[in-house]
Design a protein around this ligand. Sequence first.
Ligand code: NAP
Ligand code: GDP
Length: 325
Amino acid sequence: MSHDKVILVTGGSGLVGKAIEWVIENDKGRFGKMEDEKWIFLTSKDGDLRSAEATRAIFDKYKPTHVIHLAALVGGLFKNMKYKLDFLRDNLLINDNVLHTSHEHKVKKVVSCLSTCIFPDKTTYPIDETMIHNGPPHDSNFGYAYAKRLIDTQNKAYHDQFGDKFTSVIPTNVFGPHDNYDLQDSHVIPGLIHKCYLAKKNGTPFVVAGSGKPLRQFIYSRDLAKLFIWVLREYDEVDPIILSVGEKDEVSIKDVADAIVNAIDFKGGYSFDTTKADGQYKKTASNEKLLKYLPDFQFTLFETAVKESVEWFTQNYDNARTGKH
Ligand code: NAP
Ligand code: GDP
């Protein structure tokens, strides 16, 4: 069967890639698979996207008409602080290879993924899409941030010189099934789910890094997946769009710990290790642009999404990414 659209998803085995695959296969409404679409989800086993040759071989093989570009070196605050050069260099190479090979293959549309942690550290709130390049990012993740910012610069350059339709989205913190649940290097929600799970199972102390005061907007990976699919099919701008819950849905790290304790039904207490970094205090982002396009989009309740993530982690503990493999 021939398909009009061959959609290649780089990073298809990660948190966001798996969520897009889930929505494509399971959504019965507007976000599910369309007849004229063929979806291909890549993992790093298909080729190392830091290599131009490997990237070209993948594009020669699948001949995509559309690309969702998720592949990246990704990690929480503590991993970002340890490997600043790796975050800069790996991501620069991956992004340059994917965008340039997409250009050479005349791909009709590329949607790449930025993040709200790439915005200037010193800024006014709420942050919006126009502010990406307004000042240096937080020092804890400047490698990742500069590599990601350049995607936006590249998108504009490909558009202005060649008319390419390369765009990007800016999610806030993401979590959900298939996350990286490593104890040291993961993001806060999967890290704390794993720690609380072990505290309940083994009676070990449940310790939350930092003061618990920083504020974050979290988006459930399956909500983000729906929005990615909408952007691929309908969003027509080169300029990025923030994909986030509203400002009023921002929660503290303490709120996160409490939601996890609830979902796991953990009866012991927990403490804060204030010798550990807090990272950026907040990066409150506006989802006004998104709501102008999709005023009726329904976000999953934070507590429900945490519960679903905990259930997934508990049921998949042996195979989840926990650093034990
Ligand atoms: P993830 O779970 O760590 O997945 C990363 C994906 O990239 C995996 O499929 C991995 O393949 C692939 N990959 C990594 N290095 C590669 C390489 N050199 N060559 C080929 N593939 C490679 O990450 P995620 O959380 O889904 O993140 C997806 C995107 O969302 C990223 O661009 C990230 O920057 C962005 N984002 C994430 C968050 C968040 O909170 N997680 C927030 C904002 C933005 P393997 O599975 O084979 O290793
Ligand atoms: P960020 O939003 O990019 O800073 O990414 P994270 O998901 O790593 O969230 C970091 C915030 O959560 C900081 O305030 C940390 O101090 C706090 N935190 C508490 N416990 C943990 C943990 O186990 N892992 C991580 N990554 N952060 C934690």
